[in-house]
Design a protein. Sequence first.
Length: 84
Amino acid sequence: MARRFRIEYGNRAIEDLESLPARIRQQVLRKIGRFQSGLHGDIKRLREADRVYRLRMGNHRILFDVSDDLIIIRRIGNRKNVYD
């Protein structure tokens, strides 16, 4: 049986989402919605942190934490500045 996740958004991720163009925002929300039924896509664990991962979406990245059944979205943005 697939692992189910709850999804929460950090304050910075909410700000990031609001600043995205509508088309990109919809794509991001669709990808994040798929997380509820498991982690799928081009996902990598970031080296400098234990539970922080990134999902690649073209030129955009979604940074998130995973803990038990919870995913916390931390940052969403262009690959050039999302890691700042």
